[in-house]
Design a protein around this ligand. Structure first.
Ligand SMILES: *Cc1c(COP(=O)(O)O)cnc(C)c1O
Length: 425
């Protein structure tokens, strides 16, 4: 195994099947490099990437700003631990609080760690309120179809039974509320609740936007008892929807928000941001991380924020996203198999009539060298790099158009025929 670079896809498949804990079912594609919005496989074939590593590679691949930030920081300092100061932490925190409207930041290494910090802060904050004489409990309200990550607290607030039940007992005292059901939220809320947890746009759950009415009701309920509103922006944040945070499309501010995926364009980092009032609940030693906020991750996150600002990418995300959805709606008027087109900015979902259809369209797109993803069984998910141009949209929409036309021709026996014909190799 010393000649790793020469291993082909089949060698890697065999080695991984034997050596890795089997947590992933990978597509049989071996990528070796990328540039802009394209990935290149081991044969030199280019793929248009409309998924960006599940919303991570917001600046695409081999972006000069990111490569430069890594090259400049690497020879200076990669890590010091959180026992000492380094120059990146305060500078990144200043930028993050400025763009999100929050007061304070806790830096970590991933989405689930940011979410775990948020849950712990909410419990500690409720404890502080109780010590101050307020009646407030420990319960979390979360939403049906939510996804907040894979650690014990994160899965406890994640709705899907498959992610939660094998690990029982997970963190207790979580109650799930039907999506966008204001009355159910009001009915479930009481002084037992320490926080309401919401993704402003559910990602894994199928690209579902929380309504303004629901967000406002959650804010009002929290304000009535001192409970905290936690908004998970791990997938929707950092410009994905054309604002730094999706909640900025509304006039609701959370007490806590979480960021991660695109923060440093592929270098692992996460952040839990909160108000001064919520932050009172953590004192030195109560929470921490060895790697969190290290000099390399901070330098790259700063470069990503600068690039988004300097290249006006928020405006670009809004206009490209509008164009993309308009083109998808044009297809929807042609094909009844498209049930819904939804999302905001470059966080887009296309709901199809069946799981089989969604599967065959996904593999058809891959055969045409376009990478997308399927979530919540029937929803095609698009999370492209922010650099996506209208020409890339046209290319993807034409491919979808052709696949759906073919599908229509094959009806009603489409599921067997297309799935069988669309094996990747
Ligand atoms: C991906 C995701 C997480 C978990 O992030 P990881 O970095 O995978 O731990 C949490 N919440 C949301 C909304 C996500 O999309």
């Amino acid at each position: 195994m010393t000649s790793t670079p020469t291993l082909g896809l089949h060698d890697l498949q065999a080695a991984e099947a034997k050596l890795l804990v089997q947590t992933y079912e990978r597509y049989p594609l071996l990528f070796v490099s990328g540039s802009g919005v394209h990935l290149r496989d081991a044969h030199g074939t280019e793929y248009l990437d409309l998924l960006s590593g599940i919303g991570v590679c917001a600046l695409g691949y081999n972006h000069p700003s990111i490569t430069r930030a890594i090259a400049e920081q690497a020879p200076l300092l990669l890590h010091t631990s959180n026992l000492f100061f380094h120059r990146g932490t305060a500078e990144l925190a200043a930028r993050l609080t400025e763009i999100t409207g929050m007061d304070r930041v806790f830096l970590c290494n991933s989405g689930t760690e940011a979410w775990e910090a948020a849950l712990k802060l909410a419990r500690a904050h409720a404890g502080l309120l109780r010590a101050e004489g307020k009646a407030i409990g420990t319960r979390f309200l979360a939403l049906e179809h939510s996804f907040h990550g894979r650690t014990m607290g994160s899965v406890a607030t994640t709705h899907k039974a498959k992610y939660r039940e094998p690990f029982a007992p997970v963190m207790p005292d979580v109650h799930f509320v039907p999506f966008n059901d204001v009355e159910a939220l009001r009915a479930a809320f009481s002084s037992d609740v320490c926080a309401i947890a919401i993704e402003p746009i559910q990602g894994e759950g199928g690209i579902n936007s929380v309504s303004q009415a629901f967000l406002m009701a959650a804010r009002e309920l929290c304000d009535s008892t001192g409970a905290l509103l936690i908004l998970d922006e791990i997938q929707s944040g950092m410009g994905r929807t054309g604002k730094w945070c999706a909640y900025q499309h509304s006039n609701v501010l959370p007490d806590i928000t979480t960021l991660a995926k695109p923060m440093a364009g592929g270098i692992p980092i996460g952040a839990m941001l909160c108000t001064d009032d919520a932050a009172r609940a953590f004192t030195p030693g109560m929470h921490g991380t060895t790697f969190g906020g290290n000099p390399l991750a901070c330098a790259v996150a700063l470069a990503v924020i600068d690039e988004i600002i300097q290249s006006n990418l928020l405006e670009h995300v809004i206009s490209t996203g509008e164009y993309f959805r308009a083109e998808l709606r044009r297809l929807q008027s042609k094909y009844p198999a498209i049930v819904d087109v939804r999302g905001l900015g470059l966080m887009i979902g296309v709901e199809l009539a069946s799981e089989d259809l969604a599967k065959s369209v996904l593999s058809g797109m891959m055969e045409r060298h376009i990478l997308i993803n399927r979530t919540h069984e029937t929803v095609l998910r698009f999370l492209p790099p922010f650099l996506l141009a209208p020409g890339h949209v046209d290319h993807a929409v034409l491919a979808l158009d052709q696949l759906l036309a073919l599908q229509k021709q094959l009806e009603p026996s489409h599921s067997t025929t297309l799935t069988g014909a669309s094996k990747l190799g």
